[in-house]
Design a protein around this ligand. Structure first.
Ligand SMILES: *Cc1c(COP(=O)(O)O)cnc(C)c1O
Length: 350
């Protein structure tokens, strides 16, 4: 057996990411759009007659231009990449030095630790308050080089208070990444303020509300200087031509995004009260998923649901999320199926 000592020291302890074996289960574990594939992107792909012999446009200028008109900004404010995960990686690569501290709230998205450490940084955590809000003083006074904040936060589901985010941006000395992976479902966004805070990078994705996770498209919005630094570090051509074209088509079909948001806003409170009736304690959500404390053992619930054909995400062994699981908000029909199956599981255990 080859010893892991052969690896770069900063990556030796890495484990592979969540990778469940999938049969035909209903996926309420990844927070993608339950309405299915983005229709405009799908139409674009079906009509494609692309020349595979051409490189993509180096920095995906056509997509950056479409995003600029969507957000009322300029092409130069945007960096696009293969998934927002690449854009997060670019942010760390561009702004952190080997050995720098990277501040991550806890609990939050687990991949932040990975990007920080992969780029030679050490992670320092700032615990969220009891109601899962930012400890703005703690973050603002940190000496870290970079801070990363997801709002809405994953896996807790809630947005942070806009005033706290702005307080951190004003006082924190380094770069602050605001990950708005679920921003389409929330009321507030920091994107309109990219020219107000020159240390801010807002990151978004086409994997969630846009319903095109398979194509791997994400983007960062920042002031032009910061965006230019990031584009100069990014691997050229990292976004393939088909994904770029599909994303442009998707940006132009905002009706699908509105419809998706309307569905989530209607179904989320129904799912939350259904869970409450079964003895769960759901946390408040501003996104298309709900974190809830389970009345029975988290691992048994997750396994029993998988057995019955539904995947959910188990966070129950983690600090602050003891016995919690996360459900993507489904359609009315999916949520009823989920609630009925949970009811059966609770009865079988009695
Ligand atoms: C799903 C998710 C992402 C998306 O990553 P992609 O690489 O764009 O698919 C980023 N941040 C958070 C918090 C997420 O939940």
């Amino acid at each position: 057996m080859v010893s892991r000592d052969i690896m770069r020291s900063t990556t030796r302890s890495f484990k592979k990411y969540y990778s469940p074996s999938i049969k035909n289960e209903l996926r309420l574990d990844t927070n993608t759009n339950v309405l299915g594939s983005n229709p405009a992107a799908m139409r674009y792909l079906k009509e494609q007659r692309i020349d595979l012999n051409d490189y993509p446009i180096t920095y995906s200028d056509n997509l950056r231009c479409a995003l600029a008109s969507l957000h009322g900004l300029e092409t130069e404010n945007f960096v696009v990449g293969s998934g927002s995960d690449e854009v997060l990686d670019i942010s760390f690569k561009t702004f952190t030095e080997w050995g720098d501290d990277c501040l991550v709230p806890y609990p939050s998205y687990t991949l932040y630790d990975y990007f920080a450490q992969m780029n030679g940084g050490s992670v320092v955590y700032s615990d969220l308050t009891d109601d899962f809000q930012l400890d703005a003083d703690d973050i603002a006074s940190s000496k870290a080089k970079i801070a990363i904040i997801a709002s809405p936060n994953n896996p807790t589901g809630n947005c942070f208070r806009q005033a706290d985010i702005e307080d951190v941006l004003a006082r924190f000395k380094g770069i602050v990444i605001i990950d708005e992976a679920y921003g389409e479902y929330a009321d507030d966004s920091m994107i309109p303020k990219v020219n107000e805070f020159d240390n801010m990078i807002v990151v978004r994705t086409f994997s969630k509300a846009y319903a095109m996770a398979a194509l791997r498209v994400g983007y960062a919005v920042a002031n032009k200087d910061v965006a230019d630094m990031m584009n100069s570090v990014k691997i050229p051509y990292s976004l393939n031509s088909l994904s770029e074209g599909a994303a442009i088509a998707a940006v132009k079909d905002q009706d699908f995004i509105k419809k998706s948001k309307t569905m989530v806003l209607a179904e989320r409170p129904k799912l939350a009260s259904g869970l409450e009736r079964l003895g769960f304690e759901p946390f408040p959500s501003d996104s298309n998923f709900i974190l809830a404390r389970s009345p029975i053992d988290h691992a048994s619930l997750t396994a029993a649901l998988k057995e019955k054909g539904i995947l959910i995400r188990d966070f129950g062994s983690k600090r602050r999320m003891e016995n919690c699981v996360r459900f993507t908000v489904g359609t009315d029909e999916m949520n009823n199926e989920l609630l009925n199956k949970i009811k059966d599981i609770l009865e079988e255990l009695r």
